[in-house]
Design a protein around this ligand. Structure first.
Ligand SMILES: O=C(O)c1ccccc1NCC(=O)[C@H](O)[C@H](O)COP(=O)(O)O
Length: 256
């Protein structure tokens, strides 16, 4: 039975095949802003490193934010104390767009990760051309060789890479890469169930030289404090922030 990830990846491969034939005609973006460095700086200062996500909709929840306004959300996240932004650019499953990333990055000084499904190194150059400072590699989506190629393309362009894992086997594969920024996704991409316990287990057995980011299903300060008990101090949060009336106050409530 094919999973949501299989479906997304199949769509992405045909999209990339069609798009890579057209030349990219965009102005040169400003140099990459240090994504991992911004997270590490917050943690070094005794705080939490929050990657606040700009997310209009998702396969698991449908439409999340009807009055979707990427620059306004970016400013609210920055003012509330987020370290970085994540912007979903996939159109088919998340109602995202490259223009949302361009607008969000222009509205603040935070480093931005392009949250999309990388299947080809061509997408890395395209991501830089829209200003992305970091990209995501989902270990479950790629063979080792493809992951290494995509990571090399990002490093070449001065970008950071968030390597996303779900279990111990994927973590072992992630650690063969150069990046020491590892995201542990609490959401099972087959069932959409969220299990924070799995993250605690995984991080306990992982090397100490990595920056770990807990991703998905985090809903409030109590979740962050529970994660901090397990030495996890960086978080990627989308839906629960996007549903707030006062996004800036909610962000401050999480990391302030
Ligand atoms: O969010 C989904 O439903 C989803 C489904 C299938 C693949 C990926 C998916 N989400 C991407 C993400 O990584 C999340 O947007 C991110 O971790 C934030 O999660 P949340 O705080 O639960 O919105």
């Amino acid at each position: 039975m094919s999973t949501i990830l299989d479906k997304i990846l199949a769509t992405k491969r045909s999209e990339v095949a069609a798009r890579r034939t057209a030349p990219v005609t965009r102005p040169e973006p400003s140099p990459p802003r240090g994504f991992k460095a911004a997270l590490d700086a917050k943690v070094a200062a005794g705080g939490f490193g929050l990657i606040a996500e700009i997310k209009k909709a998702s396969p698991s929840k449908g439409l999340i934010r009807p009055d979707f306004d990427p620059p306004a959300h970016a400013r609210a996240y920055a003012a509330g104390g987020a370290a970085c932004l994540s912007v979903l650019t996939d159109q088919e499953y998340f109602q995202g767009h490259e223009d949302y990333l361009i607008a969000a990055r222009a509205a603040c000084d935070l480093p931005v990760i392009r949250k999309d499904f990388m299947v080809d190194p061509w997408q890395v150059a395209e991501s830089r051309s829209i200003g992305a400072d970091a990209i995501l590699i989902i270990v479950a989506a790629l063979e080792d060789g493809a992951m290494a190629e995509i990571e090399a393309a990002a490093i070449e362009l001065g970008m950071d890479v968030l390597v996303e894992v779900h279990d111990a086997d994927e973590l072992a594969r992630a650690l063969k890469l150069k990046s020491r920024l590892i995201g542990v996704n609490n959401r099972n991409l087959k069932t959409f169930e969220v299990d924070l316990q799995k993250t605690y287990e995984l991080v306990r057995h992982a090397p100490r030289d990595c920056t770990f980011v807990a991703e998905s299903g985090l809903t409030g300060r109590a979740d962050l404090d529970a994660m901090a008990e397990h030495d996890i101090r960086c978080f990627l949060i989308g839906e629960s922030l996007m549903r707030q009336d006062d996004v800036e106050a909610a962000t401050r409530g999480l990391v302030g």
